[in-house]
Design a protein around this ligand. Sequence first.
Ligand code: ATP
Ligand code: MG
Length: 400
Amino acid sequence: LPSELTAAKPILKQINRAGFQAYFVGGCVRDIILGKPIHDVDIASSAYPEEIKKIFKKTVDTGIQHGTVMVLDHGEGYEITTFRTESTYTDFRRPDQVAFVRSLSEDLKRRDFTINAFALDEDGQVIDYFDGLTDLANRQIRAVGLAKERFTEDALRMMRALRFAAQLDFQIEDQTLAALVELGPNLAKIAVERIRVEFEKMLQGLAAGSALKILVEAGLLPYLPGETGLMTEADVLRVANQLERKQPQSEQVVWALYLGQQGFDGPTLQSQLRQWKLSKEVMQTVLAVGPLLANVNQIDRWAIYEHNAYVRTLLETLTIMGVDQSVTERIQKTYDSLPIYSMKDLALSGGDLIAAGLAQPGPDLGVVLKKMEQAVVLGQVDNTKEALTTLVEEQTYGNS
Ligand code: ATP
Ligand code: MG
C-alpha cells in the first residue's frame, strides 16, 4: 500500500473488524495507480452513518444527508461515505433521491468515469469493475456505462471529462465524446459555480490547450457562462494555442488569460466576470491587468507602478500569451527598480507638508502628493525629505 494511505489503513481495518466493508475510492486510487501525489483520501463503506459513529469515538457530521461522516484520528480527518446509488435525475443536474446501499458495485456504478471508479481494499488490492485499468493504460476518459445516459443524468460530467482529459493529458473515448457533442446544450442548466470549478481545473491542466479545443469543436462554447457571442471561437482558440506553451498557476492568471486579454471595455469585462461569478479578488485583478494585456505597449513605468500589486499575474499571463521575453524582462526590471510602491512610501508625508506650511489640508494636498508621487516614480527626484521639500517649494513659489 502506498505511504499516503498507510496512515488511513487502520480506519479501514476498524470498520472491517466491526463487520462492514470499507475501501479507498475516487481520485486518490486513480492518482496512486498513476504514481501521482494525492490530495484527499476518500473512503466508502457499507456501514451507514449511524453505524460509523458507533465504531469511532471522534466523528463530525460533515455531510450526513449525503451519508458522509468525518472520522478524526491522530489529528487527521477522514471522510467516510456510505455506499449509495443515485436515482431519477429529472433536471439534468442533481439526483432526486440518494439511497444508501450495502453493495460496493452499486456505489461504483454511479461514478462518472472508469478511472474514477476504482476501489482499493486494506490489502492494497484494486477492485476494477469497469475496466478502468485498461483505460488508464490507454490514457482515455470513458464514462461508466452508457455515456449518453450518464451525461443526461448530470451534465456537469461533460465538463469533468474535459477537466480530467486536460489534467491527465488523456483522450476522450469515442462514445463518451459523441455523447458530449450531443448533450452539450444541457450544460446551460448547470450552476455556474460548478462549471467554473471544473473549467478552472481544466485550464490549469497539463493538456489545457487541447481540452479547450475539444470544448470549442464540440460546440460547447455557447453553453458556458458569460454572454453568448462575446467570446468568439477565434478568441477561445487563441487562448487554447497559448495554453500549449504553459499553464496558469493561479485562478487569477486563468481569468486574465481567458477574459482579460480580449480587449473588452471595462463594463463588458466586468459583466463577463460577474456572469462567471468570480470572487471580488479575481475580478479586481482581471479588471486591473486586462487593459494592459490587451495593449502591451501601454505598459510603461507609470502603469507598472500603478498596477504593482498585480505584477505577478501580469507577468505570468504575458508569458503564456507569448509576448517577447524582452517585454517581460523590462517589466520585471522596472518593477524591481521602483523607488516606491505606494504613496505611503514617500519620504515626505501629507502631515509633513502641512507641518512645514507647504500645503493646506484639503484637495490641494492631494494634488501636491500626486505631483511628488509622479516625480519620484519617474525618477525625476530622489525620495528624500530634502529633495521633495525642494521640489514642492519650487512648484509652489516658482510657479506663482
Ligand atoms: P481531484 O483529485 O481533483 O479531487 P477526484 O476524482 O477526487 O479528483 P472529485 O470531484 O473530488 O474528483 O470527486 C471524487 C469522486 O466522486 C470522483 O473520483 C468520482 O468517483 C465521484 N464523482 C464526483 N463528481 C461526480 C459526478 N458529477 N458524477 C459522478 N461521479 C462523481
Ligand atoms: Mg477529490
